[in-house]
Design a protein around this ligand. Structure first.
Ligand SMILES: [Zn+2]
Length: 626
């Protein structure tokens, strides 16, 4: 009934609508960031309208988040005016992201004013995006648009007023500036939503490349010391641009901005955009070389997405606007191949130390092999259900599975590379596929969609193989173990050892947890919180479980050192290790029966074979092009 009524009403609207003009519809979005220290953004929008009932919507499906994560809970103080009148609004009872208004006769626009609670945390992946000195502004948070609008059909005129003395970086093009007030060149709604703005009190820009357009690193930090980078560090980021040029052979961006927010108050993360990336890391990211090594793939991963994800995009991830649901089944290409290429480019450009690629692969293999959820849930389902898994807890991760299409697909793409090398007798590699699929001809930002069949066809043109059958097995069926064929063909085999690799040591240090998953079968935080327990392991049999807290272990108050020590002591004999555990307020002692000492994953060379992994991560950027 309601729909019928709306349709009848729409019939009347046409009579009041202005004559169709030649100008495409446009909208202004004026952002006032001067209240940012309190975590509040004010925005005023002028939205194209027609007299009569109208529905405006708030972005729901956020590109790169792969989920309906539009942070609408933090949209407050929403007011509409039109034709000089205040307009009431009514939220749709089914679609929480839609607001119904009635536009007065004669009005061709409505004005909306809103506040956005930037500090409240419900943005994107439920993370805070601002502190008192650093803020990452994602435009979807401040945007409403007419329902049914195609994101390439609406022109947005953006502007912002910054806090006094703050600088900014964004892929939006500055048109004019007067002190803290900046006006940007008009862009499509698609480009606007795709163009976050990093701003901060302590801000610095590093030029990385000017050979054909500009690539720059824009950094905002909590204190001036955060935004200092040594020449060798900046050189690594410069090499990243050269290595990407060599890998892809063509760019699909004109000017690229790495927007790097350095603060301990925002979780480390990255979100891809066509001509920028929203990168967030701890304060000492640029100054602690161990941390930069550990997170060295952050910028290479997001940069790779400019080609894989933004330029080439799965057909069913490309939608007309932000209300249409995305289908995420091809994330094993979009994210999985990006995970592979990000790690490879990180090591080629020096952002990761030599040999770390193999250590990362070993860590992934062990974690995925301990994931018992894989025995009932194929890899495909982790991609199909991405919108659920991004916000799932780390607790029970191994029972549930998580976004495994990153790490497991990386192992699979390494195997793809090995197959191409074998089938072509060493003449070709995955780099040939990457160049053919993502490379020339160069273009500005644009989207070229693909299907699974297109991926198979492109691989077939590089190396003749049963790729359909291969993906059918690796992606769609239950496999007891993750793919080992890649690193094994590359001359390495997997094993456990008592000593952690450098990567595992840094993982435990920066993640503040002890990975005893492969010994007693538990991952426990430095403060004793049980994060996860592997089904069937000694810890599981003893009754340890996620969300419990270990108060004492082996007769000592819990600490990372105490846990390491009791596990290490079992290297030569099986022991009963007492754990004093607080389970939701009930305290008891359980005994974990275990022998075998500490166990950490690593790859070791297979005697008499060629080290292909080493060849994969060799720099290529200085051999090509300029
Ligand atoms: Zn990604």
């Amino acid at each position: 009934m309601k729909r019928l009524f709306s349709l009848l009403t729409l019939g009347l609207i046409v009579m009041f609508a202005p004559a169709a003009g030649v100008e495409p519809p446009s909208e202004t979005v004026a952002i006032d960031a001067t209240d940012i220290a309190r975590g509040i953004i004010h925005a005023k929008l002028t939205i194209p309208a027609r007299p009569g009932p109208m529905t405006v919507v708030y972005p729901k499906w956020i590109p790169g988040e792969h989920s309906p994560a539009g942070p609408i809970t933090e949209l407050v103080s929403l007011r509409f005016t039109g034709g000089g009148y205040k307009l009431g609004w009514k939220r749709d009872l089914i679609d929480m992201y839609a607001f119904h208004i009635v536009v007065p006769p004669g009005a061709t626009t409505v004005e909306a004013s809103l506040d956005y609670l930037l500090a409240a945390g419900t943005i994107g992946s439920k993370e805070r995006h601002t502190t008192a000195r650093v803020a990452m502004l994602n435009m979807y948070a401040f945007t409403l648009y007419p329902q049914g609008t195609k994101n390439t059909d609406l022109t947005v005129h953006p502007s912002i007023v910054l806090p006094p003395g703050w600088e900014f970086g964004t892929a939006l093009v500055e048109q004019s500036r007067s002190g803290p007030a900046v006006t940007f060149a008009p862009v499509t709604l698609e480009t606007f939503i795709d163009s976050p703005l990093l701003t901060g009190e302590n801000f610095r820009k590093f030029t990385l490349d000017t050979s054909n357009g500009t690539a720059e690193l824009d950094v905002a930090g909590e204190v001036p010391e955060d935004i200092v980078a040594s020449d060798p560090t900046v050189e690594k980021f410069k090499r990243l641009i050269r290595e990407a040029d060599a890998e892809y052979g063509a760019r699909h961006w004109k000017n690229y901005h790495f927007l790097l927010a350095l603060t301990d108050a925002i979780d480390t993360n990255g979100i891809e955009h066509h001509e920028s990336s929203d990168d967030r890391a701890p304060e000492n990211f640029l100054t602690d070389t161990d941390l930069l090594d550990f997170d060295g793939d952050l910028l290479p991963h997001e940069f790779t997405h400019s080609w894989n994800g933004k330029y080439r995009r799965p057909y069913d991830l490309q939608v007309d606007n932000y209300q249409d649901p995305e289908q995420t089944d091809l994330l094993w290409v979009y994210e999985g191949l990006t995970q592979y290429l990000g790690d490879v480019l990180a090591e080629r450009s020096g952002l990761r130390p030599p040999g770390e690629f193999g250590e990362v692969l070993a860590a992934s293999y062990a974690d995925l092999d301990a994931t018992t959820g894989r025995l009932t849930r194929p890899l495909a389902d982790t991609a199909d259900a991405a919108q659920l898994l991004y916000t799932s807890t780390p607790q029970f991760r191994h029972d549930r599975r998580t976004v495994d299409y990153y790490a497991e697909s990386e192992l699979m793409w390494l195997e793809v590379d090995a197959i191409i090398r074998r089938v072509s007798a060493g003449k070709r590699s995955i780099d040939d596929f990457v160049r053919a699929f993502y490379g020339p001809p160069a273009s500005g930002p644009k989207v070229v969609t693909y299907t699974r069949a297109d991926v198979v066809a492109a691989l077939m043109s590089v190396a003749t193989y049963d790729w359909d059958g291969f993906f059918g097995t690796r992606i769609d069926t239950i496999e007891a173990h993750p793919p080992a064929g890649g690193f094994e063909a590359d001359g390495w085999r997997f094993e456990y050892a008592a000593e952690p690799t450098r990567f595992m040591r840094e993982f435990e240090k920066y993640q503040k947890q002890i990975v005893a998953a492969y010994s007693i079968g538990a991952i426990i935080s430095e403060t004793g919180d049980v994060i996860d327990v592997i089904a069937g392991s000694p810890a599981d049999k003893a009754g340890l479980a996620p969300f419990q807290k270990v108060l004492a272990v082996g007769g000592r108050r819990f600490s990372a050192d105490a846990l390491h020590a009791v596990i290490r002591a079992t290297a030569t004999r099986t022991s009963r290790i007492p754990f004093v555990v607080d389970a939701f307020g009930s305290v008891s002692t359980v005994d974990v029966v275990y022998g075998g000492g500490e166990k950490y994953p690593r790859l070791v060379r297979i005697d008499g074979t060629t080290d292909v992994l080493d060849a994969i991560v060799k720099p290529r950027g200085d051999l090509h092009g300029r």
